[in-house]
Design a protein around this ligand. Structure first.
Ligand code: SAH
Length: 503
């Protein structure tokens, strides 16, 4: 039996899912749902594989994309992998870059499955052909410049005599032309288009790693684009756009002109919940890696769980996952949400409050941020509060509530552990490291015992963090003025402004 209780005589469903072009936010909700249900994920090289963590922890992940210099797994073998897993009753997600039916061989896979009577669901994705130009500030159509666009494979060398592509038709068939897989043939594609009658002065661009924080764009004309691209040293994945719409980029560029565009920043993490610094860094265009990747595990029940819940005046949930872990613990006792009793309910922040409300609970107190949580707490002194959350939880909140006169105790329901399946990226690939607290400085040294190299700018949020870093032998290059996440990001922008990306 599998996760879904399929018996092995009924085949599981294969979901052909488009992962989108790179930015993980462009995965569709159908795609995310399919991943969350997967027993097996068969995936290609993706610009960002963080979405694999949407699959359950015990799902099997099978990589079938190209390795550097090694050929991809042959298509018949991929087809067979999909059908074999499905025939064992498993729920299979076949995850492909962009849209599965745009040069993704998704059609062949679907045909193979159909022939074997295996149910197959197609979840379209955001194709790079439209999204990479959009992130480069190039609309593929525009009333002023283009009323049609075509997407063409650039894989075939146009100088070959026996081309399957009607180059004359391509050159004249649409206002905007988008070539995928065409970087190696860029020079011959441009000259073939000129030979077929497109003006040599026509605007054209190459977009590398479109929609990712590492997006690079080179613009030019059909006559000079290949030279410019060679000079800039662009690599796949990249696509070519030809047409007047390319000129709009001068006005409309947005993604690659953000203050931290092209910067890679390492943020050591101690909590599972996303940090404010990470949100702000991404909003400024940076590529952020939070390491190590953490997973939350529910702890076994200890002591008189129901008695403690019953006795508390306040149940304070300190993390979004706390309720789920508590319910899991209650389940092992043959109990459920009714064991929460008559205590009032508080949430440490808006995300936690939202999670509680989703489960149908009324939240009596939920401040906008966890700092200042105790100041506004509506309880009279000597009330009892149970802090429900992670094992090494909210020490400061516990102290502040005690100072405010409450009788507090902790009820740890989960533990964060390092997810060993996600390998640590080499530290050399980062431009900067942001230290948001003393604990994150400790996490950095645990993860990278040799510390940063001279190439990374290390920014700390404030004096306490800098002191801890110093004690750990970590060099700090700058301290944020103001000790806030926004100040850390400002400091990073200032520090990195004067350097060229990749320096
Ligand atoms: N199914 C995919 C395309 C697969 S073919 C889709 O719908 O996007 C692979 C080609 O897509 C690459 O050679 C490149 O030309 C293009 N491509 C994919 N992701 C890209 C990206 N992030 N930026 C630029 N081009 C990309």
């Amino acid at each position: 039996m599998t996760r879904h209780g399929h018996s092995t005589s009924t085949p599981g469903t294969v979901y052909l899912v488009g992962a989108g072009p790179g930015d993980p936010g462009l995965l569709t909700r159908h795609g995310a749902d399919a991943l969350a249900r997967a027993d097996v994920v068969v995936y290609d090289r993706l610009a960002d594989d963080s979405m694999l963590s949407l699959a359950p922890a015990d799902a099997e992940l099978v990589y079938v994309g190209k390795q550097a210099a090694v050929h991809a797994v042959p298509q018949p073998r991929i087809n067979q992998l999909l059908s074999t897993h499905a025939e064992q009753g498993k729920c299979v997600v076949r995850l492909k870059g962009g849209d599965p039916f745009v040069f993704g061989r998704g059609g062949e896979e679907a045909t193979h499955l159909r022939e074997r009577g295996i149910p197959c669901v197609v979840v379209p994705g955001v194709t790079s052909a439209v999204a990479a130009p959009a992130y480069a500030g190039i609309p593929v159509t525009d009333r002023r410049h283009a009323s049609s666009f075509a997407v063409i494979t650039g894989h075939e060398d146009p100088t070959r005599q026996t081309s399957r592509i009607d180059w004359h038709g391509v050159a004249h068939g649409a206002d905007t032309l988008v070539f995928l897989m065409g970087l190696t043939n860029l020079a011959s594609i441009c000259s073939r288009l000129i030979d077929e009658g497109r003006p040599a002065t026509a605007a054209a661009a190459v977009i590398e790693r479109g929609t990712t924080p590492g997006q690079r764009v080179v613009t030019g004309t059909l006559a000079d684009l290949a030279g410019r691209v060679a000079e800039a040293g662009l690599h796949p994945p990249a696509l070519i756009v030809v047409g007047d719409v390319v000129q709009l980029r001068r006005q409309l560029a947005w993604h690659d002109s953000q203050p931290l565009a092209g910067r890679r920043i390492l943020v050591p993490r101690v909590r599972r919940r996303p940090s404010e610094i990470v949100r702000l860094l991404k909003a400024a265009g940076a590529e952020v890696a939070e390491v190590p990747v953490l997973r939350s595990e529910t702890l076994p029940v200890t002591g008189d769980l129901r008695g403690r819940l019953d006795a508390a005046d306040w149940l304070v949930f300190t993390s979004p996952g706390a309720l789920e872990a508590l319910l899991e613990q209650l389940g092992t006792l043959g109990s459920d949400i009714r064991a929460l009793g008559a205590g009032r309910i508080a949430a440490a922040g808006p995300a936690t409050a939202a999670q509680l409300r989703r489960c149908g609970l009324r939240v009596d107190y939920a401040p906008e941020t966890a700092t200042g949580f105790a100041d506004g707490f509506p309880a009279s002194s000597h009330a009892t509060a149970l802090l429900i959350g992670e094992e090494v939880g909210e020490r400061r909140m516990l102290r502040d509530l005690a100072v405010a006169g409450l009788c507090c105790s902790e009820l740890p329901v989960s533990r964060l552990t390092v997810d060993d399946r996600a390998p640590l990226p080499p530290i050399e690939q980062f431009d900067a490291i942001a230290l948001a607290s003393s604990n994150t400085a400790r996490r950095l040294i645990e993860a990278y015992p040799d510390g940063p190299t001279d190439a990374q700018v290390v920014v700390s949020i404030g004096p306490m963090t800098s002191r801890t870093a110093g004690r750990l032998g970590l060099r700090v290059d700058a301290e944020a003025a103001g000790a806030s996440p926004a100040a850390v990001v400002r400091t990073l922008v200032e520090r990195l402004e004067t350097r060229l990306p990749g320096d």
